[in-house]
Design a protein around this ligand. Structure first.
Ligand code: PLP
Length: 471
């Protein structure tokens, strides 16, 4: 593309994004298209000849935009509400422009060194000791898989060389987590060949927190049966309710049995920046590894997940493999990102996080997270004050679990499902659900960088008027 066109389209595109953010509330949060609509409306074969890029951008308006579910919409309250900041977009733009593949230090000094610096900043912000060193992956699913692989490596069973199949004397390796753990843990044990049989889910209390005594009992039983506990995964901010496992008590158990502790703080990790919330993280500094996702609650565009490890060397021991064509004279003295996981090339993800931290500053980030927690508690207070509604879980961070329970109604599960679908169909807001103690539970997450109190007022009105119309 000639420079003058690149400049023109680049400016048009930035203007487009500015207008998009300015008018984001006019879009339905959930895309309103029927499945298959986009596929049916784009050519099934690629163009023989290059097209005018202006035409391509027109198709963004006509075809792509209607097919977008707007995660950046301030009334996106489903799953975990995540959003990008403008500076995060600049980070992505520049990373794409450099297009570096951070495998070796020499192919990408900027990415390698900025990653170390930025992750150390984030570590300091969250109050973790400097014994932790971080590495960036795409998602928490991948970070956790690497953490369990490191735990398995530390078990010293020579699995890197000999694998697991055809080894009848290998004990059953156990990974422990609560019933409320994210499905990425299940997928990790599947991927690593440990099998779902290896995963032992420990009961939770009435606040959906793992019971540390039950964990100790389970490990005792497993050891008596000659199984080998390799990893325990407490979560700070579980996916269903954002509950907080008692990490300090779990760390005692892990220490007693010499088991790797990996903390899943993918969602809630950034909240450790807030001094008033930090006590919920007590004990995580005793972990062997921790996952935190800046792409969830730190205004950094997807994807960017950080795995902090007390000893990154174990990860290197598990994964480093240097073929001739990647050998360099400096490999003993520099950090080569490819040594710490299954990927060879790695994106320059640190840049966008560096931009975010520099632009907002620690205080700016803390102020936003604090406001999200305030808004979630405000919403919870409306639920608590209304006789037609009830809370179904505590609110440690910025996720509210609740349901409608109007008098005279029999089937609350059916009612709440209908309510959620009706609210989501308006396009005004998006909520998702979970099941808690068998009850269909509405989940409202507050986490968008664009969310204000008026958005919570709006969704509460929407819920109450919709309930009145369907109950
Ligand atoms: N862990 C927790 C607690 C989560 O809530 C999630 C996703 O919501 C994940 C892990 C997986 O995150 P990712 O999409 O980055 O793999």
């Amino acid at each position: 593309m000639p420079s003058e066109d690149f400049r023109r389209f680049g400016r048009e595109l930035v203007d487009w994004i500015v207008a998009y953010f300015e008018s984001i509330e006019e879009y339905p949060v959930l895309s309103q298209i029927e499945p298959g609509w986009l596929k049916a409306n784009v050519p099934q074969a690629p163009p023989e000849n290059g097209e005018d890029f202006g035409d391509v951008l027109n198709d963004v308006d006509e075809l792509i935009l209607p097919s977008v579910t707007h995660w950046n919409h301030p009334n996106f309250h489903g799953l975990f509400s995540t959003s990008t900041s403008s500076v995060g977009i600049f980070g992505e733009m520049l990373a794409a422009a450099f297009d570096m593949k951070a495998m070796l230090w020499r192919t990408s000094p900027a990415s390698t060194e900025l990653e170390d610096v930025t992750l150390d900043w984030l570590r300091q912000m969250m109050g973790l000791p400097d014994t932790f060193e971080g590495i960036i992956y795409d998602t928490a699913s991948v970070s956790t898989m690497h953490a369990i692989a490191a735990a398995r490596e530390r078990a010293d069973l020579n699995i890197r060389d000999e694998g697991m199949s055809g080894r009848p004397h290998l004990p059953l390796l156990r990974v422990y987590c609560s019933e409320h753990v994210h499905s990425s843990i299940d997928k990790s044990v599947i991927t690593l060949g440990l099998g779902q049989r290896s995963l032992r889910k420990i009961a939770v209390n009435e606040r959906f927190e793992m019971i540390a005594e039950k964990l100790a009992e389970a490990i005792d039983q497993d050891m008596a049966a000659d199984h080998r506990p390799i990893c325990v995964i407490p979560t700070i901010g579980t996916t269903s309710t954002s509950s907080v496992d008692p990490v300090n008590a779990i760390a005692d158990v892990c220490e007693k049995f010499g088991v790797w502790m990996h903390v899943d703080a993918a969602y809630a990790g950034p909240a450790a920046i807030l001094p008033e919330i930090r006590p919920l993280f007590k004990g995580w500094e005793r972990a062997d590894s921790i996952v935190v996702n800046p792409h969830k609650w730190l205004f950094t565009p997807f994807d960017l997940s950080v795995l902090y490890c007390r000893d990154l060397g174990i990860l290197k021991q598990a994964f480093s493999l240097v073929p001739e064509y990647l050998k360099t004279s400096d490999q003993e003295t520099v950090k080569n990102g490819m040594d710490y996981g299954i990927q060879l090339g790695r994106r320059f993800r640190a840049l966008k996080l560096w931009f975010v931290i520099r632009y907002f500053g620690v205080d700016g980030i803390a102020a936003r997270l604090r406001e999200h927690c305030r808004l979630a508690h405000l919403f919870a207070s409306w639920v608590e004050q209304s006789e037609n509604w009830e809370m179904l879980a505590p609110v440690p961070f910025a996720l509210v679990c609740f349901r409608a329970c109007p008098k005279g109604s029999q089937d609350f599960d059916a009612l709440n499902e209908k309510l959620m679908n009706a609210v989501n169909a308006t396009g005004e807001a998006y909520l998702s659900h979970t099941k808690l103690n068998g009850k269909f539970t509405l989940r409202l997450s507050v986490g968008s960088i664009r969310v204000e109190e008026r958005h919570l007022v709006k969704v509460w009105e929407l819920l109450t008027t919709t309930l009145a119309s369907i109950a």
